[in-house]
Design a protein around this ligand. Structure first.
Ligand code: GLN
Length: 290
């Protein structure tokens, strides 16, 4: 890896950014990421950066910058370097113990807000909460809601709890280690779930394979078909019917298998596809009569 920044007697902001962008050429947004990482190292905002291009970085900042840019060039996700990711306008703590929140999951929040708008005290279950971004955002957006957030990973639950505390909603979310709906006995107004749905072969073949490898496999892998966990969840839901509505995130084109699969299990259900902000079918909404 090129360490030329180290050899410069006085690395300026401008020089550091130029060096970093060259290291990150193989990534989609080298300039933006170079800036974000320098802001992170300097503890400054973008305005500072663009108005201080001639500022000379002190040695410890320059060294730290070189380290993290090299990590990023090697495939470490930016959110694990900065330790945070924005979701629905709020900052979430991210660690390698939980999936990094994705913008396409925000569609789940908008859908649920519409579904529960007439409920005085909506009860919501988030299955496979990971970083907690869905449960915590829902608790923030719906101040009268009561939530349960489950995950099979105790490490992920710790991250989720920290995020609930950071956003001051920990008193309205019950965090529980649980496998899908296995031990579920409660009833909810809506269940939301973003289970792992990536096909195993894609984890290695994807252009983002290195970054995906840095995230917990448990949070991404849906087995060979990508659908193993979602299908098991639907089978359990068909037996328990723990809510009148389920909103379920899925991968590209998986609705073509999931809609008929769910119809077979729940013949009377009303099922519709919902698109994310990129115009891709991303969620199925399943409503049942109880
Ligand atoms: N949307 C994520 C991705 O494609 C996957 C999230 C998931 O498996 N639930 O990287």
């Amino acid at each position: 890896m090129d360490d030329t920044l180290n050899d410069q007697p006085d690395p300026t902001v401008h020089g550091a950014l130029k060096w970093a962008a060259a290291q990150l050429q193989h990534l989609p947004n080298p300039d933006l990421e170079s800036e974000l990482m320098l802001e992170f190292v300097a503890g400054e905002e973008r305005l500072w950066l663009v108005t201080n291009l001639d500022h000379i970085l002190d040695k410890s900042q320059a060294d730290r910058y070189i380290t993290i840019v090299n990590e990023r060039a090697g495939g470490q996700p930016l959110s694990y370097i900065t330790g945070q990711k924005e979701f629905y306008g709020r900052s979430f703590k991210t660690t390698p113990e939980a999936l990094i929140p994705r913008p396409e999951s925000e569609v789940l929040i908008n859908q649920i807000k519409t579904i529960v708008q007439r409920k005085a005290n909506p009860k919501i279950l988030d299955v496979g909460t990971g970083s907690g971004c869905l449960a915590v955002t829902l608790a923030c957006e719906l101040p009268a809601a009561q939530l349960k957030a489950t995950d099979i990973s105790p490490e992920a639950l710790k991250v989720a709890r920290a995020n609930a505390e950071q956003h001051k909603v920990a008193d309205r979310i019950l965090f529980l280690e649980q496998n899908l709906l296995l031990d579920e006995t409660d009833h909810y107004d809506v269940i939301v779930t973003n289970l792992p749905y990536v096909e195993d072969h894609w984890l290695a073949a994807s252009p983002q394979a290195k970054e995906l490898a840095a995230e917990p496999r448990l949070a991404l892998s849906g087995g060979e078909t990508g659908l193993e966990l979602i299908e098991e969840f639907l089978r359990q839901f068909a037996l328990k019917r723990s809510a009148p509505v389920v909103l379920l995130e899925h991968g590209d084109e998986q609705e073509q298998i999931l809609v008929p699969f769910a119809k077979k299990l729940l013949p009377e259900a009303h099922i519709r596809s919902v698109q994310d902000q990129f115009g891709v079918n991303r969620v199925i909404s399943i409503s049942i009569n109880e």
